[in-house]
Design a protein. Structure first.
Length: 247
């Protein structure tokens, strides 16, 4: 990505020097999109730990330990969608304004579709369908509010916590095949940024949380394997255990 972004910046600078608005416009848009992609990748694959991301709150009338998603990651993805959308919609506008044959129209339609798909991120945030998300742990259940899904499993339905790699580091809370599993998506099919698994499982993507992935895995594994300690969830005891990494 770095090898691609440097020529894009030079093209934008050349457009300014030569007075070529197209070079300036596309060089700037491409370099902004690539730079956002680079930063998003670095953040997503860097272990981060913010103790305040684990906190106590009341959820549906019950005390809960809540592990918040990272605001930085969510905003970077939103920025990436916005810059990518601007690039494709600008290109589509130029295609239609300058005319051409049937193939040109097809290209313009494709660019418009891609641009609108990326642009949908913003209105979905505005109406609350896309959210930063969190993982909620009560003494009875685990509730995941992903960016575009909600998923709930009782602790007794979870048979194991397993680490995995699905493009990024993930903690899989594997449910029993016959588990009572409540799940729903918050955006129409095709617009989602989270995919619901086919079987009862909660996929905790570590890069979306501002918590060290190893700590996150050990925390979840501890409460899966030690039901006698689940009663402390939603109390200061659970917070202190997380801060001191006593698992």
């Amino acid at each position: 990505m770095t090898l691609l972004v440097l020529p894009a910046i030079l093209i934008a600078a050349g457009g300014v020097i030569e007075g070529n608005p197209d070079m300036t416009k596309y060089g700037t848009l491409i370099s902004c999109a690539l730079l956002t992609l680079i930063v998003s990748g670095v953040i997503a694959h860097t272990s981060r730990h913010r103790p305040s991301a684990i906190r106590t709150r009341v959820w549906n009338g019950a005390p809960a330990t809540v592990i918040e998603h990272s605001t930085v990651v969510f905003c970077l993805v939103g920025l990436l969608m916005a810059t990518g959308s601007a690039l494709f919609l600008t290109a589509a506008g130029d295609v239609f304004l300058r005319g051409g044959g049937g193939a040109t129209v097809v290209v313009g339609v494709v660019f418009t579709g891609i641009g609108l798909l990326g642009a949908s991120f913003i209105p979905f945030i505005a109406i609350g369908r896309l959210q930063r998300g969190r993982l909620v742990l009560t003494s009875e259940l685990v509730h995941q509010r992903g960016w575009s899904l909600e998923s709930t499993l009782d602790w007794d339905s979870i048979v194991a916590a397993r680490p995995a790699v699905l493009t990024n580091w993930v903690v899989m809370l594997l449910g029993h095949p016959a588990a009572r599993w409540e799940r729903t998506t918050t955006v129409p099919r095709g617009f989602g940024w989270d995919a619901l698994p086919a079987t009862p499982v909660i996929e905790v993507y570590c890069h979306k949380h501002a918590v060290d992935p190893v700590l996150l895995y050990r925390l979840l594994q501890f409460y899966v394997e030690h039901p006698e300690y689940r009663g402390e969830l939603g109390t200061d005891v659970a917070l202190e255990r997380a801060r001191s990494n006593r698992y």
